[in-house]
Design a protein around this ligand. Sequence first.
Ligand code: C2E
Ligand code: MG
Ligand code: MG
Ligand code: MG
Length: 282
Amino acid sequence: EAKHRGKNQFILFTDAMQKKLMEHHQEELALAKAIKNHQLVLYFQPQFDLEVSKVIGAEALVRWIHPQKGLVFPDQFIPLAEQSGQILELGNYVIRKSFEYLRSRFDLGLPPILLHINLSSLQLSDLNLVPFVKEMIDLYKVPGHYIGFEITETTLLTDLEHAKKTLNGLKALGICIAIDDFGTGFSSLGQLKNLPVDLIKIDRSFVMDLENDPDDKMIVEAIIAMAHKLDTQVIAEGIESHGQLQMLRDFKCDLGQGYLISRPIPEAEFNRFDEDITPLLK
Ligand code: C2E
Ligand code: MG
Ligand code: MG
Ligand code: MG
């Protein structure tokens, strides 16, 4: 009887697995089609200088405009793309679209910005990354110093030696290197001092409780002070309140980004976004 039930359970299990596998495969096919049919678009979230209250850059954040589901957020397809390896194709697509956007900004006569692009670990270990970026710089005639890459600590520390080579290759092209979600991994600023890092991005989880959690306040203040000693700039992500903004200013944080100023917005809206954000801070 127990044996019998066990066998049935086994069959149920494989059926469920089979179903999952097929769904997975279908999602991969759908994503491949989405890339091919340009259903992936970039949204832009303004990044601003805290001292002069001016927009100086943006983070490019990918969205899937799905014919049935509408706007689909990256957490719904980036992990899948990383598992399947499609992140290389998706990533190159995002890089190309970013260059295309900067080219169009120049052609429209809009103020220059530093555009930050997120990079997954598979992309960082891709030997074609540096040559591809070089190709984009030449093709779109956009100098490398208008582009930044956001890389998480975990990604960097998985293969430090290889990461170092790739980062140096990117630096040689003028690219800015930022550490994303800083504070959530296990890296120390000490480990990072051997890497060509220009910017540290303090994770939203620390900014969120800045006003209420004395520990977070201390951590953020310390990160900023140490980064500055290492000649590295700091950006805070996820600023949602005036109180948080004021504290970050007091700590001499260089840059910021968050819903208080703007959510990620489509290209046309970002093009109309005023460089001067002082009216939004009242
Ligand atoms: P991330 O790089 O840490 O990006 C920040 C995320 O926080 C974005 O979510 C952004 O919309 C959100 N955010 C910004 N300000 C605020 C705020 O004030 N409050 C709150 N609650 N959230 C805020 P999004 O666009 O859903 O992206 C999620 C993640 O997906 C990104 O995290 C990044 O890791 C990944 N991602 C997005 N685009 C790409 C891409 O082109 N390539 C790769 N590899 N990953 C991407
Ligand atoms: Mg990011
Ligand atoms: Mg981040
Ligand atoms: Mg994050």
